[in-house]
Design a protein around this ligand. Structure first.
Ligand code: NIG
Ligand code: FE
Length: 410
């Protein structure tokens, strides 16, 4: 464990320059204009009891004689830890060879068509032992925790056969048991057609994996996009997953207007993710739903594809989450501060909209927003304490400057 990752004991943090991300109890997501608002208290204190946020207020009301350990924030900003609701951090080996193909001008689809892409990761994964996969993946989870991620979702989807998919889900469970961050697990058997199967055989195989996968996973995902899985495939898989209590989180509209948003919403998806290609129809389908539109600017940046039109969603009254999509093919970074920066610089989000997107709304997209994602009494004290002088605006603006003093986990 890195030195700046701290486990909470009862303590009080004093002289907080800005306590940012304060949200009233019971608010589980921020939508529309509310996405641009958050509580910020200047010159504040916050106390932690049993790993939970117990109380906070201005320094003028700071309790004095108390027995807990006290920490001087020296004017640093205290904010919720990042909630990264979409990652593929469990993978084997590297795809840096494809990075060279990409530099030479091949698209994501062209690389996949040449046997690269997800199938390349699948071959590497199926050759890798479970212990080695765990070690390789843990290195990435440790890396993102040090960068402020305190909860994350991890998907399967590089096994592409029953043995490989279950191996991935077991590794995710082992990670969940070994880190202080909250880990949610998603079965993404339908990430690509596994080698040796016809399309129809593989869809049936994924459905056949559900009873075992459901013992290990919290959610189910399908890559519903051109060249991968159709809306019919997606509906079949989601319907078969529902009796196991696996709520959908769908990869939709990355490569084409796939219909993935509509099929996800119709099946009560917790989130629909990517959304680089959307029209009014997708926005209309999302209105009034329980589904969190989730955008992954790291993959737009890396693949050179359009950024999702976050402004249109928020201006239509919807909320959005931002996540890293950390994976070897389309987003080889899990740095959530950089995701915030891309949200502001390339998607024209305000820093506060971006903060809500990477904290409360990300937590919502993992079914965790009653537990974490904001400064709220009773929530887990999963927190980032910055060095002195940081503000919400500086986070995405000085997007490469080290800002973290400590990351706290409940
Ligand atoms: O979210 N789009 C599908 N899946 C991943 C990429 C996975 C890979 O290329 O390995 C994504 O971008
Ligand atoms: Fe993804």
């Amino acid at each position: 464990m890195k030195k700046n990752l701290e486990n909470n004991i009862d303590m009080i943090i004093k002289n907080i320059g800005k306590l940012a991300g304060i949200v009233p109890e019971g608010v589980l997501r921020k939508e529309g204009a509310a996405q641009g608002e958050t509580g910020v208290l200047e010159n504040a204190w916050l106390s932690i009891e049993d790993g939970r946020i117990a109380a906070f207020g201005p320094m003028s009301s700071c309790p004095s004689e108390r027995s807990e350990e006290s920490l001087d924030a020296r004017g640093g900003m205290l904010m919720p830890g990042f909630c990264d609701s979409h990652t593929h951090v469990v993978y084997a080996g590297s795809r840096d060879g494809e990075f060279l193909d990409k530099i030479r001008g091949l698209s994501y689809e062209q690389i996949a068509a040449r046997g690269g892409g997800i199938l390349n990761s699948s071959d590497l994964l199926n050759r890798s032992s479970e212990d080695s996969l765990y070690e390789q993946s843990m290195a990435r989870v440790s890396e993102v925790m040090a960068k402020g991620t305190t909860s994350l979702e991890i998907k399967s989807g590089y096994g592409l056969n029953a043995e490989g998919e279950l191996k991935m889900l077991r590794v995710i469970r082992r990670i969940r048991e070994s880190v202080p961050a909250i880990v949610k697990s998603t079965f993404l058997g339908a990430h690509a057609i596994g080698r040796g199967y016809t399309h129809e055989e593989y869809v049936r195989t994924v459905i056949g994996m559900l009873p075992e996968a459901a013992k290990l996973a919290d959610f189910v995902d399908v890559f519903c996009d051109e060249g991968f899985f159709t809306t019919d495939d997606t509906a079949r898989i989601l319907e078969a997953a529902a009796p196991y209590g696996l709520r959908p989180k769908i990869h939709a509209n990355e490569l084409a207007l796939s219909g993935g948003v509509q099929v996800g919403v119709a099946h009560g998806a917790l989130s629909v993710d990517h959304l680089e290609r959307t029209t009014e129809a997708e926005i209309e389908a999302l209105k009034g739903s329980e589904t969190m539109p989730t955008m992954l600017p790291g993959s737009s940046f890396f693949l050179g594809i359009p950024f999702a039109e976050a402004r249109k969603f928020i201006d239509a009254g919807l909320g959005i989450a931002l996540a890293s999509d950390y994976n070897p093919g389309s987003s080889p970074s899990g740095d959530m501060r950089f995701v915030m920066a891309l949200g502001c610089i390339r998607m024209r989000l305000t820093p506060t909209e971006a903060l809500n997107a990477v904290t409360l709304n990300g937590a919502y997209a993992m079914g965790l927003s009653s537990e974490c994602g904001s400064i709220t009494r009773g929530k887990r004290a999963d927190l980032i304490l910055t060095e002195p002088g940081w503000t919400l605006t500086k986070l995405p603006y000085l997007y490469q400057t080290a800002f973290i003093r400590s990351v706290y986990f409940a």
